[in-house]
Structure formats: C-alpha cells, structure tokens
Write a protein that binds this ligand. Sequence first.
Ligand SMILES: Nc1nc2c(ncn2[C@@H]2O[C@H](COP(=O)(O)OP(=O)(O)O)[C@@H](O)[C@H]2O)c(=O)[nH]1
Ligand SMILES: [Mg+2]
Length: 352
Amino acid sequence: MSSITSILEGNRLALTRLLTQVENDSSEGRAALAELFPHTGKAHLIGVTGAPGTGKSSLVNQLALYYRKNHDKKVAIVAVDPSSPFTGGAVLGDRVRMRDLSGDEGVFIRSMATRGSLGGIAQKTASIVQVFDAAGYEIIIIETVGAGQSEVDVARLAHTTIVVEAPGLGDEIQAIKAGILEIADVLVINKADRPGVENTERALRSTLELAHPTKRVFRHHGKAMSVSAPEIDPNIWIPPVIKTVATEGKGFDQLSESIAKHVTHLRESGDWSVRDRARLGSEMEALLREALMDRFLENIPQAKYEEMIEKVVNRDISPYDAVKLLLNGSQSSPLAPPDGTLRGLPGGEELG
Ligand SMILES: Nc1nc2c(ncn2[C@@H]2O[C@H](COP(=O)(O)OP(=O)(O)O)[C@@H](O)[C@H]2O)c(=O)[nH]1
Ligand SMILES: [Mg+2]
C-alpha cells in the first residue's frame, strides 16, 4: 500500500512520518503534498491566538475534547508556540491535562519547531494543515503565541480566528490592541473565574465598538434613528465575546456555538471561498518568490552578489540600481530558465 493511500485511510504512523518529511521540507514531503492536495479543502481551520499565559493551550485542549465528545469529529492540533505544552516546554500540570487527549485515535497533536523565519513557519504550518485536511481531520486547530506577525499569518490561514484574552494581564488597553481585534472572528475572555473579568470585558467591548460599530444613527424625517449594524447589512459579522474557564471546561457550549455560527456566516456570505482563495493565493505567491529567488541566486555567483551589497553599503549605487544590474547581468534571465521548469516548487515539472 502506498504511503499516500495509508494517509488517506488515516494510518497514524504514515501520517507521523509524512509530517516530519513536510516539516523538513524534503523532496518526498513535497511530492506527497502534491499528491494529497486534491483531497484537501474539507476541514474547518480554527486559529487560536493571544498573549502567552492567557490559556490558549488549555482552551485548545478543551475545545478538542468538546468536538470529540459532542460532535464526534476528528480533530488535529497544530501548536506553533515555543511555550506550548505540546512542544515539550510543559509544566507538570499541562502534561496531566494532555492525558485527556492522548490515547484518543480521533485526535492528533503536532507541535511545530519554531526555528527559521516567520514566513517559513507560516509556509510549513500551511503544509502541515494540508496533510491533516487530506487525512480526514475535520477540525484543525492552530495555536500560535500572540507575537505580532505570526497572529496575522495564522488569521490568514484559518477560517475562524479566536483571539484569547484574560483578566489581570496588566494594563487592559495594552493587552487589547486594536490590531488583534481586526483579525478576531470570536473573542474569548478566558480565566473568567479570575477577578477583573468585568474590566476586561468592558475594555474589550469598547475597543470592539470602535472597530465594528453595532449601532448607526440615521436621520429620518429629521429624527435621529439608531439602527443596529446587522440590520443594515446581514453580511456583517460582529465578533462575539465569550467567557470561558478552560481549566474547568466552562463556556465551551457557547464557544462552539459561536464557531458554528461563524461557519454559517462564512458559507452564506461567500467569505468561505474568499478566504480560501486568499489563503491559497498567498501560499502560491510565497512559493513563487522562493522559487524565483532560488533560481536567481543560481545564476549569480555569490561573490558578485556580495560585491553588489558592498557597493550599496558604500553608497556607490542605490539598492534599486543594484537590483537592476544584478537582473541584467545574469547570463540568462531568471524569469526564463533554459529548462523551462520552476525549480523548488512541488510538482514543478508540470509547470513548464
Ligand atoms: N484560573 C484559571 N487558570 C487557567 C485557565 N486556563 C488556563 N489556566 C492556567 O493558566 C496557565 C497558562 O495556561 P496555558 O494554557 O499554558 O496558556 P498559553 O500560554 O496561552 O497556552 C496554566 O497554568 C493554566 O492551568 C482558566 O480558565 N482559569
Ligand atoms: Mg500555549
């Protein structure tokens, strides 16, 4: 039986092996990804992001358990967080909680090594997610630590992005950046058992109101009328605010209900395909950039490249001129290789 067939049939050993190949960006991995790709596009990708310590890993655990118990869905967890219990940096309590999920054949947990460039991590995460999707995991939860660009990258990858906040993380305004709210489809205040929940909720709702006004005032026959945003446009999604206690499994009925509503919204508004297209488009673009750069560097001797940087550093020429010289100076144009293939792309030979 081919390894592809094993993956499609849900063989865990074959899956583990392939995930490693994909993470190492091996040629076997790339070939398998190309073969598996037609089987993808079925899973619901849920991103979970937020500051360290807000309880993301605990929440992801509980959410996975919830989908197992109440929906009997196959769940994969991809943790892109150096402090995640899944990545081995676990305190004992986290390991104990992990026991809830281990031994369940319907759950697969994979942690990502976080070395390498941010772009590289996003690319690998996208590939890993494709493997799980093809292997029949219906819910794929991606946990990333809230650290700027990685949040945005995950939001781009996921259909539904959950932003996790928690009370008592110092200055509320600091914790609740407007930028993070822009990517949130569902807002969670975890640790709702802790003091200060009301403050966090108030701060969150007022920031949210700025980003997504829920009421608009109209002048109608000289009278001011307040109309709620969904009445104006039913396609507008206003992120709900859900309170959870991840350590006790509280609030997960409401959380899963909000997630389900978001899926319905994505389907009905057409945003599901819009997001799918944007995600695959940016993945393709990243691969294209990488392939073009590889090909370009192949045609330019390293010494020449270094020499050009030197000239720019000495202010002899501008970066623009350096690029122009490098592009014109190569033997063959990097855009038109003699063998007509795009090297470095999975299945590149088909692109001639
Ligand atoms: N009191 C309380 N503690 C929680 C809750 N959720 C998580 N924790 C604890 O907060 C700490 C950080 O949780 P973790 O899931 O690792 O957070 P992460 O860094 O965001 O992934 C752990 O000690 C958890 O047991 C909660 O709802 N209430
Ligand atoms: Mg974590």
